[in-house]
Design a protein around this ligand. Structure first.
Ligand code: NAG
Ligand code: NAG
Ligand code: NAG
Ligand code: NAG
Length: 419
């Protein structure tokens, strides 16, 4: 009797842990590069088949709780936030037209520092553009937010855009955060084509837990962002005492530019786990929270940590030693930019000759026009939507594919990517 009890005592944990192992194994084998979200569900089913009664009951409960596998359309869609401040309206407009594709969604934001006239001008341009009116996929945030560079209001603004995009449309797959001084190096057809071969759970987010000097200069000081309560723009200010490093989660940092899966964006915005909310509060007093919030959330949740590809898909050139702002790109940087295979580059001055070169050689875009693609029947003068699902990838798709393959081959998906 006693020994039978003992047996049960160790048998149960053994069965449970072997089920978990089998489940993890099946998931990791299935979370490969070219797979779709249903693979995850089918791997759950497989693990049920592979285990016995106790495990079956456990896995079955999981599967019946999970939503039915969504029908994934072959071509993904992107949801963009393009944001700017005072004096950025023309830059933002040019970037928007270069990035436009009828399948995507666009949210535009000029912060409160931009004069009212500038914001009205952007709103009227959006309204007046026949293409945007007909397709209805460009939305401007009219009630502008106060945004402080380096402050938490920047993260709040990004989350605001995510929430608008989630509410406006159910059918996008990735969120991309850009500023008015960013510019694409590939056409949207190239990007849509490359991403149609990817697992839609992947996130492109450059990250590291090696904080280095940032421990001292970013994680320990405490700041206040007047943008949270003041009607006038002011910079963040430092308060004392400082704080120690956190012990209930691990800090990560990285680039403030990222490509996030819808799955992860929903996790951050809806907050059915408390972690995204707790971390948001923690980051309220953090220097440069846009370089840490999403990184720390994604890396502290095992399910998401295995989807984090360590790159921001941007070409950004830093001076050595790095200054606060990256080197402004010009015509002499174009070959390095193209050679990187990145999808976007930053930052550019308004109407820099490098942008004209990109338009001409990479995007085949006419001045003030849209970047042509399969959606306007391959016509260079793109004025009407033909079949939006017709994708005509060019050489940009090959360059981007090579970069993405390199990134995803070195990563072992199904394992925690965060170090
Ligand atoms: C299945 O579970 C039972 C206990 O419920 C155990 O005795 C048996 O060894 C398990 N079989 C396998 C193949 O793991
Ligand atoms: C609106 O668009 C038309 C052509 O589509 C143009 O002639 C006109 O100047 C535009 N108005 C504004 C306010 O941009
Ligand atoms: C999002 O994009 C803006 C560009 O305007 C950038 O400054 C910001 O730091 C980005 N990241 C986050 C997490 O808000
Ligand atoms: C590009 O390089 C050339 C030759 O080295 C130089 O003369 C020119 O000033 C550079 N242009 C810019 C914008 O830096």
């Amino acid at each position: 009797m006693g020994s039978a009890n003992m047996e049960k005592k160790w048998l149960f944990p053994l069965v449970i842990s072997s089920c978990v192992c089998l489940f993890l194994l099946a998931t990791s084998l299935n979370l490969g590069l070219v797979s779709s979200p249903h693979k995850l569900f089918s791997s759950m089913l497989q693990s049920r088949v592979a285990t016995n009664q106790t495990g079956a009951a456990f896995a079955e409960a999981k599967v019946s709780q999970a939503p039915p596998p969504p029908a994934v359309p072959a071509i993904p869609r992107f949801a963009y936030l393009i944001s700017g401040s005072k004096g950025d309206m023309e830059k933002l407009w040019r970037t928007l037209k270069a990035l436009y594709h009828p399948l995507n969604h666009y949210v535009l934001h000029l912060d409160l520092e931009a004069p009212v006239a500038e914001r009205l001008e952007l709103a009227s341009r959006v309204q007046n553009e026949t293409m945007f009116r007909n397709v209805g996929n460009v939305f401007m945030i009219k009630k502008a937010n106060m945004v402080t560079y380096r402050g938490p209001t920047m993260v709040a603004n990004t989350l605001h855009a995510c929430a608008i995009l989630l509410r406006r449309s159910k059918d996008w797959d990735w969120f991309i955060n850009l500023s008015a001084s960013d510019y694409p190096l590939v056409t949207q057809d190239d990007l849509l084509h490359t991403f149609s071969g990817l697992n839609r759970e992947l996130n492109f987010i450059e990250h590291t837990s090696q904080l280095g000097w940032k421990e001292e200069k970013r994680a320990m000081p405490l700041i206040l962002d007047p943008g949270l309560y003041s009607a006038n723009k002011q910079d963040v200010f430092f308060v004392t005492p400082r704080r120690t490093l956190p012990t209930s989660f691990k800090l990560f940092t990285g680039s403030a530019w990222m490509v996030l899966s819808r799955w992860f964006v929903e996790y951050c915005v809806w907050g059915w786990d408390n972690l995204p909310r707790t971390l948001l509060m923690y980051y309220t007093n953090f220097v440069s929270s846009p370089e840490g919030y999403f990184h720390t959330v994604i890396c502290n949740v095992p399910e998401f940590a295995k989807t984090a590809v360590n790159h921001d898909l941007h070409y950004i050139s830093w001076d050595i030693p790095p200054k606060q702002h990256p080197h402004t790109l010009n015509i002499n940087d174009t070959s390095k930019m193209i050679g990187s295979g990145a999808a976007f580059a930053r930052k550019f001055k308004h109407n820099d000759p490098a942008l004209d070169k990109i338009d001409k050689e990479l995007l085949h875009r006419r001045k003030d026009g849209f970047t042509p693609g399969g959606w306007c029947a391959g016509k260079r003068k793109c004025t009407r939507v033909g079949n939006p699902n017709k994708i005509k990838p060019g050489q940009g798709a090959e360059r981007l594919r090579a970069l993405v393959d390199r990134l995803t081959l070195t990563a072992k998906f199904g394992q925690n990517q965060c170090k």
